[in-house]
Design a binder for this molecule. Structure first.
Ligand code: ADP
Ligand code: ADP
Length: 228
């Protein structure tokens, strides 16, 4: 399947702790299949930057590494899903993160006649996530993700995708907050693995492998679910 021959929308969930590779793989799938990446973390950071009422509440919660309330996250997700570009299929990156969000999503997608095609669970070791997060940075211009050791740009200090020389690091990407975020993942998000396994659409993917190997597995899954 490619963007031209795709017959029905493919709606994916990427599940995994901070640093698992959700954003990296979502961008790859966006480029390969024309799916729309929908990251609640990115949407919340935009709300914080714009100083909206929701953004003002979310700012402190995110800085502490806790989860933002279901109410706020669902409101921004619904707004984004209502935009016309989502009809071809979406990759939910970092959503849902609680059972309440998963149940609300089931209802939302049923309403839209757009069921979830597959839930990809990126399986990683917690300890390795500390190093992935500590070394993470992104292009300030186009948002391409990099890592100090694992994924440096081909030419030092220059974005591979857009040529920009400006990069940013997230304020919550520090060793202390990452531990809280990993704790929140295990308490509130990991139970969703069983939630989706029971519904029969869970696809576990070993994600300690190099980025390109994980990308190959995900590409296979998208082809399977879009042909099936
Ligand atoms: P998430 O969105 O799940 O928090 P990211 O996609 O931002 O994770 O990845 C976190 C960091 O780890 C980034 O710096 C990225 O370049 C790097 N990374 C992603 N996948 C891998 C991988 N399979 N192996 C090594 N490093 C990776
Ligand atoms: P990561 O890529 O490290 O997994 P995200 O960018 O997805 O992080 O999220 C950053 C922060 O935004 C989270 O620590 C949390 O505070 C908030 N957040 C993002 N998505 C959600 C969600 N679905 N529910 C609640 N909080 C969220």
């Amino acid at each position: 399947m490619d963007a031209e021959t795709q017959t029905h929308p493919v709606n994916l969930i990427l599940l995994g702790p901070p640093g698992a590779g959700k954003g990296t793989q979502a961008r790859m799938l966006t480029e390969a299949f024309g799916l729309v990446q929908l990251s609640t973390g990115d949407l919340l950071r935009e709300a914080v930057a714009q100083g909206t009422p929701a953004g003002k509440v979310a700012k402190q919660v995110m800085a502490e590494g806790q989860l933002v309330s279901d109410e706020i996250v669902l409101a921004i997700l619904k707004d984004r899903l209502d935009q016309p570009d989502t009809g071809k299929g979406v990759i939910l990156d970092g959503f849902p993160r609680t059972e309440g969000q998963a149940e609300a999503l089931d209802a939302l997608m049923l309403d839209r006649g757009a069921p979830i095609s597959a839930v990809i669970s990126l399986e990683v070791d917690d300890e390795a996530m500390i190093g992935r997060i500590a070394g993470r940075y992104t292009c300030a211009e186009c948002g391409e993700g990099y890592h100090d050791d694992n994924k440096p740009p081909a030419s030092e200090g220059v974005c591979d995708k857009c040529g920009s020389t400006q990069f940013t690091r997230r304020p919550d990407d520090n060793a202390e907050t990452v531990r809280t975020r990993l704790g929140a993942y295990h308490m509130q998000t990991a139970p969703l693995i069983d939630y989706y396994a029971l519904r029969g659409n869970l696809k576990p993917v070993p994600a300690m492998a190099p980025i390109d190997d994980v990308a190959e597995k995900l590409t296979q899954i998208v082809k399977e679910v879009s042909d099936g």
